[in-house]
Ligand binder design. Structure first.
Ligand code: RAM
Length: 360
């Protein structure tokens, strides 16, 4: 079935030609023209957003996670697919099996060539996918980043799962609580270039220095969002830092692998572990006493909100400018903030008391 924007492109021959010329001239990140529209983050307040515009039927929505074999993104994908069904769009999920910097580029090019109206993506690197996204936008796609942003110039809106400060403070407060606020702390991250993890790590170190000066951040290691590498990096941390008081792993893959290592080691219950995990992956480690508490948002809601934001862009309800509002189905109304950022909500802290209430 021909997608909404493809149909629109086919109807406008002259525009189609202009778009083709633009594709050739806006290869670099940060191009600013798409036909007559701005392609910078934050939208163009003067461009006519029409909050009452209907979401057209048959919008083609493409979901491109950091990597496809990650349970966190499978849950987010289910949310995006559910939203797409609600507005009668057509949904595809595609993506690399490894979360490396440039592994998403060819998938973006394919989605663009297929005339995908809405691209939803979590970036492995702030810059590596910029020029591919620029070309997709020049060809008519609306681009929504969620979870992990690109350079803001290269997308229309970013759906942030919670504020950076909120995510950082929650994890530092949890490790401070579990270690008595004293001792060496290491970070087990995802990939070295991940925009989201790097933003959170910088904010965690800043917050800890101000609020929990007894915590000493001794190392950041990278498990690349691969289970086995994350497991080995945890083992390495404990060998290198025999006095380690705690580990923060702000990645669902990392925290689950670190918990598995600790639970089978002499460090179980001795070295604290917190970070960002899915309740389903972490349940057994909370029940066996390896982990006291960790945090996350609802990834399904994140995907759902991203899909509705993409539909609102494609429909012309929003352009990505600050102050615009749109309806996100069951989640209700959201407002676009500065730099085209929409915040989902606050993270949830999971403990032995409440983990049974969650199933994702
Ligand atoms: C991993 C990914 C993702 C991050 C979560 C918390 O699944 O790195 O980007 O948001 O963890």
């Amino acid at each position: 079935m021909t997608s909404f924007l493809t149909r629109r492109r086919l109807q406008g021959g002259v525009t189609g030609f202009a778009v083709a010329a633009l594709v050739l001239t806006t290869a670099a990140c940060g191009g600013t023209t798409r036909g007559e529209e701005e392609t910078t983050a934050g939208g163009d307040a003067a461009a006519s957003a029409n909050p009452d515009a209907e979401i057209p039927e048959g919008l083609a929505v493409g979901f491109l996670p950091k990597q496809v074999n990650n349970p966190y993104f499978s849950v987010a994908s289910a949310g995006a697919e559910a939203a797409t069904g609600e507005f009668s769009g057509e949904y595809t999920e595609t993506g690399p099996s490894e979360a490396s910097a440039s592994s998403q580029v060819s998938y973006i090019n394919t989605l663009s060539q297929q005339g995908t109206d809405v691209i939803l993506t979590s970036a492995n690197d702030p810059n590596a996918i910029c020029s591919a996204l620029d070309q997709a936008r020049s060809a008519g796609s609306s681009v929504v980043t969620f979870d992990s942003d690109t350079d803001p110039e290269c997308r229309d809106v970013f759906i942030n799962q919670a504020t950076t400060e909120g995510i950082a403070q929650t994890q530092v407060d949890l490790i401070a609580e579990q270690t008595g606020g004293q001792g060496q702390v290491a970070i087990l991250s995802a990939t070295a270039n991940a925009t989201n993890q790097n933003t959170w790590i910088a904010a965690m170190e800043e917050y800890a220095a101000a609020e929990h000066p007894g915590l000493e951040f001794v190392a950041t290691v990278y498990g690349d969002d691969e289970d086995e590498k994350s497991f080995q990096e945890t083992q390495g941390l404990l060998q290198t830092y025999p006095d380690l008081a705690g580990i923060i792993s702000p990645t669902t893959v990392g925290i689950a692998a670190a918990a598995r290592y600790l639970s089978g080691s002499e460090f179980k219950g001795q070295v604290a572990l917190t970070g960002l995990g899915t309740p389903n992956q972490m349940r057994e480690y909370v029940q066996d006493g390896t982990v006291q508490s960790f945090a996350l948002w609802n990834p399904e809601d994140l995907g759902y909100l991203a899909a509705y934001a993409g539909a609102a862009l494609a429909a012309g309800q929003i352009t990505g400018a600050e102050g615009e509002t749109f309806e996100a189905g069951e989640l209700g109304e959201y407002t676009v903030g500065a730099d085209g950022v929409v915040v989902l909500g606050d993270p949830t802290v999971f403990t032995a008391e409440n983990i049974g209430d969650f199933d994702f």
